[in-house]
Design a protein. Structure first.
Lengths: 297, 346, 608
């Protein structure tokens, strides 16, 4: 996809270019363990460039993950990172952010981690509007455990745990997150890194809970369904006339699972969890919140 | 299955307690309940003057220990006043609105100190000696070597009087028609016994001569706590005024039951009232005397205990008549002091 | 002057003000300088007419258990109180309503159940209440006044306490209740007293650096948290731990702390560990079922070496079990309940003051040894009130984090560096040059995943051995021995809320001439094995009573010392009966004697 450049690329030039824009500072020394061609590489690239563009320092960033291929993410960025338990990304991230408002907290995880085992936490982090970003890498399969069906696997999909085919209807994550009250919901595609990077940047910049759903092929265990080939044909940009403050329009758009629109579905400005907690401090007659001021001592 | 009979006894004195013991012997499976206004277990009121000798622990007055009632499976309802007896439904009602059914009922609620009409207004200025609590109260307020003015002077009072004198107090008895009650002492005999009282160091004052009591008042500060003003303006001072005008049966709760009442509950020699399921014994009842063709009270420890036993027998199918064995004559002992068979107890 | 030791039970139906009357009683007496221990029992149902009992024991010196027999029973509802009449000792008092509103059948009035040895005191509670407050709402206060008058307590401290109780309401309400109290008091004073229940003079404390107050275990935990400058708390309501969260929800915001009610216990502990990772003094509170849900996260806390404090108030189990009854059956879960080799620190306070101390110290330990710390209470300790002396100055550090310094961060920061004290310097998010990723995977010193055999050996040793330092943590009782010194016939090894009963049993055994001492073990993990072994050496027989079925503490001790003990277990849902423990102690003392005689006989034979 995109334009294929005809100009030759020289290694030195490329390295100089990478070093000059500061992104490298966000890269860990550890090399990613993802399969070659994995969609997660472009997500990783998107996160580092977004942090760089937003001038958020690595020391002020915490990436929290659960368990799964995507959850290895923290090891590959040079920020503070917390590789937690399967499904518990969001409550841990809530704890980190509540303890220190100054930190930029990015939760990352896959469809199994977030929508299966961790599904109970989604609604609460959304309704509380915890000021964190949740980047969900949806490849519709359990990759790390070598290809079992996930809550977003398509009907009829054949995997090692659904050898005859999957009969469980897949979830609609976007509709769920919209209805739970997420204050920012968008969708990106690993096959379109440029757009993805923009979306990540917007999501992190949003004040409140931002949910970015990323369609990301598993090149190893899905050769038939959510492949680059198939997705390249299906995805389309969100129409220009979509009103991102219209929740019902966003929910209607989320129904379009076979032709998934990419872009910002919904955005709303409302008080965050921390705003509410500070309000409680005021109501109690207490002084200003001292948690954040002292947490980093 | 035949339900065990429920024998209910009103009053926990010697009569009621004796009845309960006899009932238990004769009817081992029955339910036995004693209802009493007292919060104490049965104690011997003849011992009460001992409080002036320093015996103030209530437990030492108990005739039977608490375990006795548990062993005999006698249920005690202390602090309970009977307010009504419904003989049609065979039910009694207690002050706290609890109803208790009985198969046979024994009323042995005894008598309480009689107070002549003209003294009722001064009740709050007098002290009785009917219970352990009352005895302790008199002991508490009576100063050392204090003076007791005793009105009436029945044999219960005279017993207390001789004990008080032994303990160093002084006693003045305002004599009148109730003096020596329940003995009937008249004419020269009365003079002899009055003299005997003096020899016992009991001071006497003829209340009738002073035309009776006009009022009882609190004494002025620094003076004895009470003064009695007689109609002839004579004034007597003392620390405590105690009425002893004999006993009146405690029967008010029986009004409305179909047991006949004159002054006390009227019973035949078998101690049955006019209701076949209700018996009465002790100071509360008047027993038909065939010879005299009248209902008579029989006092004294021996009598009332015997009545309890007779009633219990008849409540459990027997048909024994009560016969008094009590000597009723007031006498003088070798030292010339008054002695009454009513003062005797086991 | 004779020492005071009386126990009063007030029993009624929900809505009678039973617990409120007990509350005024214990607060007034504490105000009067007495020591108090009190434990209420109330039904699990919110509405309806369930049974409530408030038991208050008043003493000159602080005790840590309730008596099996009460000296006084106050009935505010006969149907509930009747089964408890038997709890009153001989010559003790039963106070009851003598003017019920409607008639009752034979046997439904409490006076039918008072035994000949007990002293009945009936009074027109309702009539007095109606006269004083034009309603029967203050029946409890009238009865309380009567009780106070009868046994000769000062009315002034009650007036103050009643005013405190109704503070914020119309003054009229206070006045009416004080009047109701006084009417009851006058009647009580006038009543001819036949029981032998009396209060003596209270002993005033002379400790100027302490505040004497009265609180229950959960309130003491909250006070400990506040004095330890807790910053964040995440919790999910569960009996009997809920009141910890409720009180913190009021108190923490006042000093800028943050509290969040999460969607479940997994989220609660996850957020707590997240906050701990970010450097915040953090805690959660739960009971057995919630702790079970937290097990996996606690394992993460262990391997990631992050601080967190978990207050666990046990109730009857397993599963939903007996939510409103006490039990000590989550010891195994607290001590062992993680996947893998997941040792953490477990503190089990034995009294209310201990709850305060353990709460504050748990934060220090969690940070200093970089581990989850469980403070293990139970319903009995959470809800029972005791008089406590709390220091005016907080005895706890503000932080015990071992911060990563500049030299630690140079040349590649090692989050899990092998250091002398085994607790590695910790960089906190926001700190320059300290970036690192921590993980539930086994890792090397840098924190990077590593499954090398040697690394797993070394890291396992590091995680376990660093905890041993907690055994000598400053200014906290890890274990303590009471009673006879030197060799004893029977040594009672106790833990948790049940230790008050152990002490009482020990004192009674000594009165009977049995050489006896009792040791409480506050730190259940790691175990203070030295002192425990010494104690077992000195004890002819070791008696381990606890409120669970399996003998979880006994098993823990036997496993750790490879020595056998006499396990004694009961699961009545209520505190252990001291009388029952004494029977066992007497039996064990005889065994010890028989052994002694056996030994001397053998020795004599040998000599012959």
């Amino acid at each position: 996809m995109g334009n294929i450049s005809t100009k030759p690329v020289y290694l030195e030039d490329k390295l100089a270019e990478i070093k000059s824009d500061g992104k490298l500072e966000y890269r860990s020394k550890a090399l990613p363990t993802w399969c070659p061609g994995c969609g997660y590489f472009s997500i990783s690239e998107g996160v580092t460039s977004a942090l760089n563009n937003l001038a958020i320092k690595p020391k002020d960033t915490v990436v929290v993950s659960g368990i799964g291929c995507s959850s290895r993410f923290p090891f590959f960025v040079n920020t503070y990172g917390f590789h937690t338990l399967h499904g518990r990304t969001l409550p841990v991230a809530t704890g980190v952010k509540t303890a220190n408002d100054d930190l930029t907290v990015i939760a990352v995880g896959g469809d199994g981690d977030g929508f299966a085992i961790g599904g109970g936490h989604l609604s609460h982090v959304a309704r509380r509007n915890v000021n964190i970003t949740y980047i969900l890498f949806d490849n519709g399969i359990y990759g790390l455990t070598k290809g079992q069906t996930s809550p977003t696997s398509s009907l009829g999909f054949t995997t090692s745990t659904t050898p005859y085919e999957n009969h469980d209807r897949p979830l609609n994550p976007l509709m769920m997150m919209l209805s739970f009250g997420s204050s920012w919901v968008g969708q990106g595609y690993a096959g379109d890194p440029g757009h993805l990077g923009e979306m990540i940047e917007q999501a992190i910049a949003h004040r409140g809970f931002s949910y970015l759903h990323i369609l990301s092929p598993c090149v190893t265990f899905d050769k038939t369904d959510k492949t680059y080939g198939n997705l390249n044909m299906q995805v389309k940009p969100i129409p220009d006339d979509h009103d991102s403050s219209d929740l019902m329009a966003a929910i209607a758009m989320a129904q379009n699972v076979h032709k998934p629109p990419l872009g910002l579905y919904y955005k709303e400005d409302r008080p965050t969890l921390a705003d509410g907690l500070d309000e409680i401090t005021q109501q109690s007659g207490g002084g200003k919140n001292v948690v954040t001021a002292k947490a980093a001592e | 299955m035949v339900q065990p009979k429920h024998h209910v006894i009103i009053g926990s004195g010697i009569t009621g307690t004796q009845a309960a013991i006899t009932l238990r012997e004769r009817d081992p499976k029955s339910r036995i309940t004693i209802i009493t206004m007292s919060t104490l277990l049965f104690y011997n009121r003849y011992d009460l003057p001992d409080v002036f000798r320093g015996r103030t622990d209530w437990q030492s007055f108990l005739v039977y220990p608490p375990s006795f009632y548990e062993e005999l499976n006698i249920k005690l309802r202390r602090g309970s006043r009977v307010v009504n007896v419904d003989s049609t439904r065979k039910e009694i009602t207690l002050g706290h609105k609890e109803t208790i059914r009985y198969d046979t009922l024994l009323v042995s609620s005894g008598g309480r100190g009689y107070l002549p009409e003209e003294l009722v207004d001064f009740r709050s200025l007098m002290h009785n000696f009917a219970t352990f609590e009352a005895a302790m109260n008199v002991k508490k307020i009576l100063p050392e070597n204090g003076k007791v003015i005793m009105l009436g002077g029945d044999m219960l009072g005279l017993d207390l009087a001789r004990n008080l004198i032994q303990c160093g107090y002084t006693v003045t008895v305002i004599t009148g028609e109730h003096t020596f009650w329940p003995h009937t002492v008249e004419g020269n005999e009365r003079k002899t016994f009055m003299k005997a009282l003096e020899s016992m160091k009991v001071e006497t004052f003829d209340g009738d001569k002073a035309e009776g009591i006009a009022s009882i008042e609190e004494g002025k500060k620094g003076k004895p706590a009470r003064k009695i003003i007689f109609k002839d303006d004579t004034v007597l001072e003392g620390d405590v005024v105690m009425p002893f005008f004999g006993l009146a049966p405690a029967v008010e709760f029986m009004i409305g039951s179909d047991a006949d009442i004159e002054r006390g509950l009227l019973v035949n020699p078998e101690l049955r009232t006019t209701n076949e399921h209700i018996f009465a014994a002790g100071d509360v009842c008047q027993i038909w005397d065939k010879k005299d063709k009248s209902y008579k009270f029989f006092y004294g420890w021996k009598n009332v205990r015997a009545m309890g036993e007779v009633a219990a027998k008849n409540m459990t199918g027997d048909n024994t008549a009560f016969v008094t064995t009590q000597d009723e004559k007031l006498r003088l002992d070798k030292k010339g002091q008054i002695n009454s068979p009513f003062w005797e107890y086991d | 002057m004779k020492n005071t030791d009386i126990q009063i039970s007030i029993c009624g139906s929900a809505g009678d003000g039973t617990i409120a009357a007990g509350d005024i009683l214990k607060r007034a007496l504490a105000k009067g300088g007495f020591k108090v221990i009190a434990f209420d029992v109330y039904p699990p149902e919110i509405r309806g007419f369930g049974k409530c009992i408030s038991r208050v024991r008043v003493t000159t010196e602080q005790v840590y258990s309730l008596k099996h027999h009460s000296d006084v029973l106050v009935s505010l509802d006969d149907s509930h109180a009747i089964p408890h009449v038997g709890e009153v000792r001989d010559s003790g008092a039963v106070i009851y309503e003598d003017t019920p509103i409607s008639g009752v059948l034979e046997g439904s009035h409490i006076s039918a159940h008072i035994s000949p040895g007990q002293i009945p005191y009936g009074l027109p509670v309702r009539e007095i209440s109606e006269k004083e407050t034009s309603g029967n709402r203050s029946r409890n206060i009238v009865a309380l006044g009567y009780l106070a008058g009868l046994i000769g307590m000062e009315p002034e401290i009650f007036h103050e306490t009643i005013a405190d109780k109704f503070r914020g309401k119309a003054i009229k309400i206070t006045d009416m209740n004080v009047a109701a109290f006084d009417k009851g008091y006058a009647l009580g004073q006038k009543t001819f007293k036949l029981d032998d229940v009396t209060v003596g003079k209270a002993k005033k404390s002379r400790n100027k650096d302490a505040t004497i107050t009265m609180m229950n275990g959960n309130a003491a935990v909250v006070q400990g948290c506040m004095d330890a400058h807790i910053k964040t708390f995440f919790g999910y309501p569960i009996t009997p731990a809920t009141t910890i969260m409720e009180k913190l929800a009021t108190e923490m915001p006042k000093v800028g702390g943050r509290l969040l009610q999460t969607e479940d216990e997994i989220s609660a502990i996850a957020a707590t560990i997240g906050a701990g990772y970010a450097g915040s003094r953090c805690a959660t509170a739960t009971s057995g079922p919630g702790l079970a849900l937290m097990a996996e996260m606690l394992g993460l806390g262990v391997v990631a070496e992050l601080p967190s404090v978990i207050f666990v108030s046990q109730r009857g189990g397993p599963s939903t079990g007996l939510p409103t009854k006490t039990e000590q059956s989550d010891l195994n879960l607290a001590v062992y309940g993680r996947g893998g080799d997941g040792q953490i620190i477990v503190l089990a306070p034995t009294n209310v003051e201990g709850c305060y101390k353990c709460a504050g110290k748990a934060f220090e330990m969690a940070e200093q040894y970089q581990t989850p710390v469980i403070v293990l209470l139970d319903l009995y300790l959470s809800n029972r009130f005791e008089t406590v002396e709390l220091p005016k100055q907080s005895p706890f550090t503000k932080t015990s984090n071992k911060a990563a310094k500049k030299k630690d961060l140079e040349g590649g920061y090692k989050r899990y560096a092998f250091t002398k004290d085994l607790a590695s310097p910790r960089a906190l998010p926001g700190q320059e040059n300290g970036m690192h990723t921590i993980t539930g995977l086994e890792h090397n010193e840098l924190g990077r995943p590593s499954d090398q055999p040697r690394m797993h050996e070394d890291m396992s040793a590091k995680r376990h051995n660093k905890l041993l330092a907690a055994l000598s943590h400053h200014d906290i009782t890890i274990e303590k021995r009471f009673g006879d010194e030197g060799d004893v016939d029977v040594g009672i090894l106790g833990w948790g809320s049940n230790f008050g009963e152990c002490l009482e049993a020990m004192f009674k055994a000594r009165e009977e001439g049995i050489r006896c001492s009792a040791m409480k073990v506050v730190m259940l993990s790691p175990l203070p094995l030295g002192p425990i072994n010494d104690f077992m050496d000195a004890s002819g027989e070791v008696f381990v009573p606890e409120l669970n079925y399996e003998g979880q503490f006994a098993n823990l001790i036997q496993g750790a010392t490879a020595r056998s003990v006499h396990s004694y277990t009961r699961v009545p849902g209520s505190p252990m009966r001291v009388e029952d423990m004494l029977v066992e102690i007497r039996r064990l003392a005889k065994i010890k004697k028989a052994k002694k005689i056996g030994k001397t006989k053998k020795a004599k034979k040998k000599a012959a």
